[in-house]
Design a protein around this ligand. Structure first.
Ligand code: TXA
Ligand code: MG
Length: 348
């Protein structure tokens, strides 16, 4: 299949969005930018279209898709009932990087929800995304637009790497702003529960709706507790190399990473170092990659997946990484980093 790749620019936006919307209506696949990561869209109410997403990504079919909408009034048409918390959270954070899970109604096929009675819904804030959703019929199922198991795409180049030739169209809207997937909160049970941490934090939501819990599987990610979001159980977000995180006092972390790099070199390996702009000068050996500045945590979240892909490209054998427990995004950044590292963490 030939994939049409277009760069969104003001003069052509309307035309491309219209063409992409038509593809979606006809059951095709279109990758598009959102404020979190690039999504791979299909008509969420068409089971056959949703099935194509799984094939293109090589995604396990029990892993449900998020349905993207552009207008709040469209929500009540696909769920059993809009919970009160959803109204409050939507008022505060939609459009934006928050996905809410509710009980679905018959309009949503099981092919979209991986067989579940619930549906995940998000209203993205990216304008191209919103226009595309409206032009494509209002309900667009969209997982991250990567091959299953690879880091999520934060630029059109990443989408092209993974999906060129497998989907109908890619809308290139430049680099994304946040770089980590949306926060997921489950509103289908008694206590609202975070299934995936993201830009919208537990505190931000509990300030509005009161008690918010965190899925136990996220807190003890190395245990055998099964995560409630099926997708969170896979070794996701992963670079090809073996990755180890080192946490603790800044000087000691650098010392430990230097030691690990030396060992890897002595063993004939090709080590990579993942560090902050501020600490890069503490390393001299190995392939050193700066992720962003500790003074602006969005630079770190935005570059995380791209840097992991860069390490893949360089063919490193191991990645030794600092940890980034920043004030707001730290929980989400560390969740993704720990998964990328298969939970390997050394405390110094
Ligand atoms: O930021 C985002 O959310 C991006 C952009 C494209 O919007 N999308 C995204 O989709 O990250 P995906 O498919 O990569 O991740 C969706 C996650 C998976 O872990 C899936 O298991 C979970 O959401 N999920 C979806 N529906 C669910 C449901 N009904 N119950 C529990 N978990 C659900
Ligand atoms: Mg994904």
């Amino acid at each position: 299949m030939e994939t049409k790749i277009v760069r969104i620019s003001e003069d052509h936006e309307e035309q491309w969005v219209k063409e992409a919307g038509q593809i979606l209506k006809n059951g095709g696949l279109v990758a598009f930018p959102t404020e979190t990561v690039y999504g791979l869209g299909a008509n969420a109410l068409d089971e056959k279209a949703a099935a194509k997403i799984y094939a293109a990504k090589g995604r396990p079919s029990d892993n449900p898709l998020i349905v993207h909408i552009a207008d709040f009034s469209d929500l009540e048409k696909i769920v059993e009932k809009v919970p009160e918390e959803a109204v409050k959270l939507a008022k505060a954070f939609w459009p934006g990087p928050l996905t809410m899970i509710m009980r679905k109604n018959d309009k949503v096929p099981y092919g979209t929800t991986g067989g579940l009675e619930t549906v995940a819904v998000r209203m993205p804030s990216d304008e191209v995304a919103q226009k595309l959703i409206r032009s494509g019929g209002g309900y667009i199922a969209a997982p991250s637009a990567n091959t299953s198991g690879r880091p999520s795409p934060t630029s059109a180049a990443h989408v092209i790497e993974d999906l060129n030739g497998k989907i109908d169209m890619i809308l290139d809207g430049g680099s994304v702003g946040i770089g980590l997937e949306s926060t997921i909160i489950d509103l289908s049970e008694d206590v609202p529960t975070i299934l995936r941490p993201g830009f919208i934090t537990q505190k931000m939501m509990s300030d509005i709706i009161g008690k918010v819990e965190i899925d136990a599987a996220l807190i003890k990610a190395d245990s055998n507790i099964r995560p409630k979001a099926p997708g969170m159980k896979y070794r996701h977000y992963a670079p090809k190399a073996n990755m180890i995180l080192v946490r603790g006092d800044r000087e000691k972390v650098a010392e430990k990473i230097r030691e690990l790099v030396r060992q890897e070199l002595d063993n004939g390996g090709k080590p990579g170092v993942l560090c902050a702009d501020e600490t890069a000068s503490m390393y001299s050996e190995g392939i050193i990659k700066k992720i962003g500045t500790l003074h602006d945590e969005l630079t770190i979240s935005r570059h995380l997946y791209g840097v992991l892909r860069d390490f893949d490209e360089e063919g490193v054998s191991s990645i030794f990484s600092e940890t980034f427990e920043t004030p707001m995004l730290g929980t989400a950044i560390m969740n993704r980093l720990k998964k990328a590292a298969g939970q390997q963490l050394i405390e110094v």
